[in-house]
Every structure is written in structure tokens, then in C-alpha cells.
Design a protein around this ligand. Structure first.
Ligand SMILES: [Zn+2]
Length: 164
């Protein structure tokens, strides 16, 4: 690899860039079109060279990434700022009910002769897991993380290892 390639900072149609969606494949220019496509998850991006941006139009609102010279910046929803407030809300949503139920379980323990003394603790864990899974699901939905593509890749890799 020529060393000048490493210093290339601008984003253009000649280059091959990491895919910001699956982070496994490479995106490259599709001939005759103003778009780039990933060779792994087959996601298609429209390109804005002036702003060094690519947009994923297959979902609404579209996701946008900016090329910072070395890598893609965090995905942004077009017209939506996902600030730290959302992260805080997500953490609160998971942690607060868990703590509340945990406190109740701690301060109001079932009497020793109750048939199922472990129930409040299981309940606390279930609360945590159910709220966490809701957040994970929203995250996957919003960012369109190609979970299936990952699983296929892992499968391919395992088959490759077995075949050796
Ligand atoms: Zn991809």
C-alpha cells in the first residue's frame, strides 16, 4: 500500500471506505450513479461530496455520516440531534425502576416462612432486563444495526474455521 494513501483525508468517489452501518464491509462507488454501496450489508448511500457526507435514504428520517478525514463520525438522524439528554433518559429508564423495585425488595423482604422468598430478587432482575431490552431494541431500530448481517458474518467465519 503506498504511504500517500494513509494521508488521504478527503472523501471522493475514487476511494474505498469502511461501511458506517455494519463496520465490516467496504463502501465504494457504484458506476454511473451518485451513490456508494457496501459489499457486505448491501446498504446504499447517497453521496454529498461538498459536505463530505453520505446519507442512508432507505429509512426515514435518513441517517447521515460525515467523513472526518480518517473515519465516519457518529450517525445522525437528518434534522434530529441525538444529544446526551437521550442517553441520560435511556439510563434513567433502565436504572430507576430497577432501583425502586430493588429498594422495595430490600426493605420489605418476604417473611422467612414465605414459600418463595427469592421472588422479589428475580423480579428486580426481570425489571432490569426488560427495560434494558426495550432500550436496546430502540437503539437497533433507530440506527438500523444490521443484526442479521452480523449473525451471517459470524456464521461464515465459524464455518470457515471448521472447514480448515
Ligand atoms: Zn455495510
Amino acid at each position: 500500500m503506498p504511504s500517500s494513501k494513509l494521508l488521504t483525508t478527503s472523501f471522493d468517489f475514487q476511494g474505498v471506505y469502511p461501511c458506517p452501518v455494519c463496520r465490516i464491509g467496504k463502501i465504494s462507488h457504484m458506476p454511473m450513479m451518485e451513490t456508494m454501496a457496501c459489499d457486505f450489508c448491501h446498504e446504499i448511500f447517497t453521496v454529498n461530496l461538498e459536505q463530505q457526507q453520505i446519507k442512508m435514504p432507505s429509512r426515514q428520517p435518513p441517517l447521515i455520516w460525515r467523513w472526518n478525514g480518517f473515519n465516519w463520525t457518529e450517525a445522525q438522524l437528518e434534522g434530529v440531534e441525538l444529544g446526551w439528554g437521550y442517553g441520560l433518559a435511556a439510563i434513567t429508564f433502565v436504572v430507576l425502576p430497577t432501583i425502586l423495585i430493588g429498594i422495595v425488595a430490600y426493605y420489605f423482604p418476604p417473611t422467612a416462612d414465605a414459600p418463595i422468598t427469592w421472588l422479589p430478587y428475580i423480579w428486580t432482575i426481570l425489571t432490569f432486563l426488560s427495560h434494558l431490552s426495550i432500550i436496546v431494541w430502540i437503539f437497533v431500530e433507530v440506527y438500523q444495526i444490521p443484526v442479521v448481517a452480523y449473525l451471517r458474518a459470524i456464521n461464515r467465519w465459524r464455518n470457515g474455521v471448521m472447514g480448515r
